[in-house]
Write a protein of this length. Structure first.
Length: 152
C-alpha cells in the first residue's frame, strides 16, 4: 500500500508554518495567519499604540508590512522561493489604535517565474482601509522548506 502524498493544501500549511517560524518581522508585529491555501493567505494584526504616527493614526508603513506579509505567504505557498519584485498600495481610510486589521491576499496570475497578487486590507468592522498589489518573482527549483515525502 502506498502512503498518501502531500496535497497542495498540506504543502501550503507546511510552508506557512516554516515561514512564520523564521519571520521575526511578522511575529514581532503580532501578526497571525488565519488562513492559508495555495495562492492565498489571510493575516491579522492588532494596531498598537507604538504603531501610531503624529496624526494619531496607524503609520502607513505598518499597514504595508501587513499586506506585504500576506502577499509573501500567498506567493510562497507552493514551496518555491518567491520574492517581491514590486508593490503598490492605496490607503482608503484611516486606521486607529486598537483596531484589528485583516489582510487577505489572493493570487491573480502566476505564470512562469512571475505572479501578481492582490491584497484587501480591512478593519474589524469589515471596512476596507487599503488595497495592495504585489508582483512576485519565483526561483524555480529552490524550495523554501523541507517537506516530508508523504503523510505519516
Amino acid at each position: 500500500m502506498t502512503e498518501p502524498s502531500l496535497t497542495p493544501q498540506h504543502i501550503a500549511e507546511a510552508v506557512a508554518a516554516g515561514m512564520m517560524a523564521r519571520d521575526r518581522a511578522s511575529r514581532g508585529l503580532g501578526m497571525r495567519i488565519t488562513h492559508i491555501s495555495p495562492g492565498a493567505a489571510h493575516l491579522e494584526m492588532a494596531v498598537r499604540d507604538d504603531m501610531l504616527n503624529g496624526l494619531d493614526t496607524c503609520h502607513g508603513g505598518y499597514i504595508t508590512v501587513l499586506a506585504d506579509s500576506a502577499f509573501a505567504f500567498a506567493c510562497n505557498s507552493y514551496n518555491e522561493l518567491t520574492v517581491a519584485s514590486s508593490l503598490g498600495i492605496d490607503f482608503i481610510a484611516p486606521v486607529y489604535g486598537g483596531e484589528v486589521l485583516t489582510a487577505r491576499a489572493a493570487e491573480v496570475s502566476r505564470s512562469g517565474r512571475t505572479g501578481v497578487y492582490d491584497v484587501d486590507i480591512r478593519n474589524q468592522k469589515g471596512e476596507r482601509v487599503a488595497i495592495f498589489r504585489g508582483r512576485s518573482y519565483q526561483f524555480k527549483g529552490k524550495p523554501l522548506v523541507e517537506l516530508p515525502a508523504a503523510l505519516p
